[in-house]
Design a protein around this ligand. Structure first.
Ligand code: IMP
Ligand code: MG
Length: 191
C-alpha cells in the first residue's frame, strides 16, 4: 500500500490549556448561579457540543445535573436561510426545570434561536445559553449568550468538538485549517 502523507495539523487559534482554563471559569459561574437548584438539565446540540459539554459538566459538582441532547440540521444557502430542523429531540421532560443549553459555537444564531424558543414554549422554568465560541460578526439573529468562552473573528474553526467534514472534533485545541476551509454548504447536517 502506498503511503499518503497526512495533511498538516490545523494551526492553533486558542491553545488547549486556555480553553480548559476558561471552561473551568464558566463551570464556577454556573455553580454559583444555580446554587440551590433542584435539577439543572444541561442540553447539548449534537455533535459539536459534546467535547465542551463533558469538560464543562465534570466541573459542575455542587448542582444536580441531568444531560440530554438535540440534533439539528439547517439549510444554509438554501431558499430559506435560517430554517432549522430538529433531527433528534430531547428525551427528558423539561417543564418546570432549569435548562442550560450548551453549544460549541454561535455563528448566524439561527440554530440557537430556534432551540431557545422551543425550550421556553415547553415550559422550562429558566433557559440560559452557554457557548464556547461566539462569532460576533456573522450573527443574523440576536441570541443572548449567558456563559461565553471566547469571541472569535469570522474564520472557520475546528477542534474541541467542531468539525470540518466530520474530522478534527477530537483536536484538544481550537484550530484553523491552513489555507482556510469552505463552508460545508447547503443542506448540511450541523453539529
Ligand atoms: P448557527 O449558524 O449559529 O446556526 O450555527 C450552526 C452550526 O454551524 C454550529 O452549531 C456549528 O456546528 C456550525 N459551525 C458554525 N461555524 C463553524 C466553524 O467555524 N467551524 C465548525 N462548525 C461551525
Ligand atoms: Mg454544532
Amino acid at each position: 500500500m502506498r503511503e499518503k502523507s497526512p495533511p498538516p495539523p490545523p494551526s492553533v487559534l486558542i491553545a488547549g490549556d486556555r480553553v480548559q482554563a476558561r471552561i473551568h471559569e464558566l463551570a464556577a459561574a454556573i455553580e454559583r448561579d444555580y446554587a440551590g437548584s433542584d435539577l439543572l438539565i444541561a442540553i447539548g446540540v449534537l455533535k459539536g457540543s459534546v467535547f465542551f459539554l463533558v469538560e464543562l459538566l465534570k466541573h459542575v459538582r455542587s448542582v444536580p445535573v441531568a444531560v440530554d441532547f438535540f440534533q439539528t440540521s439547517s439549510y444554509r444557502g438554501g431558499t430559506s436561510p435560517g430554517e432549522v430542523r430538529i433531527r433528534k429531540d430531547v428525551d427528558l421532560s423539561i417543564r418546570g426545570h432549569d435548562v442550560l443549553l450548551v453549544e460549541d459555537i454561535v455563528d448566524t444564531g439561527y440554530t440557537l434561536r430556534t432551540i431557545l424558543d422551543l425550550l421556553r414554549f415547553r415550559g422550562a422554568r429558566s433557559v440560559k445559553l452557554c457557548a464556547l465560541l461566539d462569532k460576533v460578526e456573522t450573527r443574523k439573529v440576536e441570541v443572548p449568550i449567558d456563559y461565553k468562552g471566547f469571541e472569535i473573528a469570522d474564520v472557520f474553526v475546528v477542534g474541541y468538538g467542531l468539525d470540518y467534514e466530520e474530522r478534527y472534533r477530537n483536536l484538544p485545541y481550537i484550530g484553523v485549517l491552513e489555507g482556510g476551509a469552505a463552508d460545508p454548504g447547503a443542506g448540511a447536517e450541523d453539529g
